[in-house]
Design a protein around this ligand. Structure first.
Ligand SMILES: Cc1cc2nc3c(=O)[nH]c(=O)nc-3n(C[C@H](O)[C@H](O)[C@H](O)COP(=O)(O)OP(=O)(O)OC[C@H]3O[C@@H](n4cnc5c(N)ncnc54)[C@H](O)[C@@H]3O)c2cc1C
Length: 219
């Protein structure tokens, strides 16, 4: 089988609460509403790879892109929604089709060049907090990708951005741009008032015939 597999068999045994059992789809992924709450258990939230496919972007294909970056988006939404639940406020939803924040990849091409694949808005935003993927901004805008002389240093950039986020309150807030409401990035989260009505769980996209390339294994 290609792609991530949910390790939830243990939750299907007789000792598990029937509410939890019935929140698992036929592949063992967790069915949630648009606010990441378990079906039938609204005070329990699920995030990350274990969640059903409809809560991930697909970037035009059919296969859910289960990535650490999008698990982070889930995490921000779940924390926000836990706070809003306690405060009795309307909950936040995810707009998986506006995943500008989660799209970026740098590939080394020798000691001096690499290819940046990143949404241009995210590239511009990252520059404002000192993290430059490089590449021609016009090419990034047109193609979503550009050759860069900065990619070979990407590990250094990543290390520095993580260090910055942990030491500098401004960079930390910027890293959580979707929560901080920075105008530089397209917010992947929809404010509560724009949220669609909660959808019923649909069959996981992965139930379709596997025509696409494996997602996680190729990242
Ligand atoms: C080869 C590869 C490359 C990838 N590259 C990228 C990348 O470049 N960028 C990117 O954004 N994403 C990438 N991903 C995807 C990314 O790793 C996942 O989306 C991310 O780790 C999901 O985080 P998670 O916390 O939901 O799950 P996980 O990171 O899988 O964490 C789940 C944890 O739960 C534990 N666990 C499992 N079952 C049980 C149980 N029954 N009881 C207790 N604990 C349990 C596991 O041991 C694990 O520690 C890649 C994945 C793979 C496999």
């Amino acid at each position: 089988m290609h792609g991530p597999r949910a390790n939830t068999d243990a939750l299907k045994d007789a000792q598990t609460d029937s509410v939890i059992q019935s929140a698992l789809d036929d592949k063992g992924f967790v069915k949630v509403d648009d606010h990441l709450r378990l079906h039938g258990a609204p005070n329990v939230f699920a995030i990350g790879d274990i969640v059903e496919g409809r809560m991930f972007p697909t970037t035009g294909g059919a296969k859910p892109e289960r990535t650490a970056e999008f698990a982070t988006v889930h995490g921000v939404v779940a924390v926000e929604n836990i706070i809003r639940t306690v405060q009795d406020e309307a909950l936040m939803s995810i707009d998986r089709d506006r995943n500008v924040y989660g799209q970026s990849l740098g590939v080394d091409m020798g000691p001096e060049k690499g290819v940046a694949v990143i949404h241009h808005e995210k590239a511009e935003y990252l520059k404002t907090i000192g993290f430059d993927f490089g590449g021609d901004p016009e090419e990034l805008k047109r193609d979503g990708a550009s050759v860069s002389d900065k990619i070979p240093g990407v590990k250094m950039y990543i290390t520095s951005i993580i260090a910055q986020c942990n030491m500098n309150a401004e960079a930390h807030a910027g890293f959580w741009a979707m929560k901080a409401g920075y105008p530089e990035v397209v917010d992947p989260l929809k404010p509560a008032e724009e949220a669609k009505p909660a959808e019923e769980a649909k069959p996981d996209e992965e139930a379709k015939p596997a025509e696409e390339a494996p997602a996680a294994a190729e990242e």
